[in-house]
Design a protein around this ligand. Structure first.
Ligand SMILES: N[C@@H](CCC(=O)N[C@@H](CS)C(=O)NCC(=O)O)C(=O)O
Ligand SMILES: [Fe+2]
Length: 357
């Protein structure tokens, strides 16, 4: 079975695509975004997948790729077009190359025009295709920087993309209106720049008059992407370690596992956000835990020291996840949720005060 997720970076309106082969657990990410690496890695972990490679559709001008960072975290291989002349990739792709993940394959098509090294990835059964900025939904990538060439773009779209089966779904690298997917049939009929009877000269005329401002980050993004997203400075390459090994969830919360909390009990502020009867109830409480019920947490956040990490606790880990959000909003820098709450803490045999057996 194919695992497929479309992920969005709101800052740059970029789509990142996760494709996984359930049977083998192998997955690839198309166009990961640097700032979303933590989120994407969390999702891959939660779905039980292993990232084998990151694929770029092109050298982006508007955001930095997460390829290098993901390689550091997961060992994934960096892949992008040979024609990009980027440094630091593990595999340089050209027309008709095949990228395998488990039992599935992506077929590589060179689709220059938006940049001279744009690639389009076609899934083995032609059910979906990742067009990068070559073809956008009812639009196309611009051609006014990075060796852009409207003649080349027209030919790429007409010969490499619109020739795919009519039902093939097309997933672009961006959409600025919130649209998510289109199909070959739709774009053949309704793409105002490239569909129907629009000829190459029409398209070139259209593209010469877009009058768009350059992407805000172009001077940062292009050089960084030519290094596959490897940060310039040594410091940025080695971010400070968290106070304890934490897990980041796709839900956006830092969690601490019971075994890790046990090792850090003395140095953390444990905040139990259950109601009084639960705090005094049969599940017991972690020794030294401070009792602040969830309903009072926002107003009483000032009682907590800012220079010591906070771990929030409840029965199952659900209310305490909300407590993390509230304490972060209150400006506390290091807050984590006890994964699984008191139920898991007890089930794994860690000590409690006040419990009835
Ligand atoms: N406003 C965006 C730039 C948007 C942009 O130029 N996007 C490129 C893709 S990298 C494009 O081809 N846009 C086509 C269009 O907007 O029609 C930013 O500052 O980052
Ligand atoms: Fe682009």
């Amino acid at each position: 079975m194919l695992v497929f997720r479309q992920l969005f970076d709101p800052q740059s309106s970029t789509y990142t695509y996760l494709l996984g082969d359930k049977a083998s657990g192998a997955a690839v990410l198309v166009d990961p975004v640097f700032e979303q690496v933590r989120r994407d890695a969390a999702l891959i972990g939660e779905l039980g997948l292993t990232l084998s490679a990151t694929l770029e559709t092109h050298v982006h001008a508007d955001h930095v790729t997460g390829a290098w960072l993901l390689k550091q975290r997961t060992g994934s291989r960096i892949m992008l077009a040979k024609a990009s002349n980027a440094e630091g990739a593990d595999r340089y792709l050209t027309q008709d190359d095949i990228v395998t993940f488990g039992g599935r394959r992506l077929l590589v098509r060179a689709t220059p025009g938006h940049t001279d090294s744009c690639l389009t990835y076609v899934l083995d059964d032609h059910s979906m295709t990742f067009t990068g900025d070559c073809l956008l939904i009812r639009g196309s990538g611009r051609t006014d920087f990075q060796q852009g060439d409207p003649h080349a773009l027209y030919r790429s779209v007409r010969t490499q993309i619109l020739t795919l089966p009519a039902t093939c779904l097309l997933y672009p690298a961006h959409d600025y209106r919130g649209l998510t997917v289109t199909s070959v049939a739709e774009e053949r009929s309704f793409n105002p720049r490239l569909g129907g009877e629009v000829g190459e000269a029409d398209f070139v005329g259209y593209m010469s008059n877009l009058g768009l401002p350059h992407p805000k980050l172009i001077d940062i993004a292009v050089p960084a992407n030519l290094q596959c997203g490897r940060p310039e400075s040594e410091a940025a390459r080695h971010p400070p370690q968290a106070w304890a090994p934490l897990t980041y969830t796709f839900a956006g919360i830092f969690e601490i596992q019971p075994a890790v909390l046990e090792e850090h009990v003395g140095s953390t502020q444990i905040v139990d956000v259950r109601e009084r009867d639960e705090f005094d109830g049969p599940l017991g409480r972690i020794q030294g835990a401070l009792w602040i019920p969830l309903g009072e947490l926002s107003t009483r956040a000032g009682e907590l020291a800012r220079d010591r990490p906070v771990v929030t606790v409840c029965r199952s880990g659900a209310r305490s996840a909300q407590a993390v959000v509230m304490l972060q909003r209150a400006g506390l820098p290091d807050v984590a949720n006890l994964a699984g709450g008191m139920l898991r803490w007890r089930a794994e045999g860690y000590p409690v005060d006040g419990a009835r057996h």
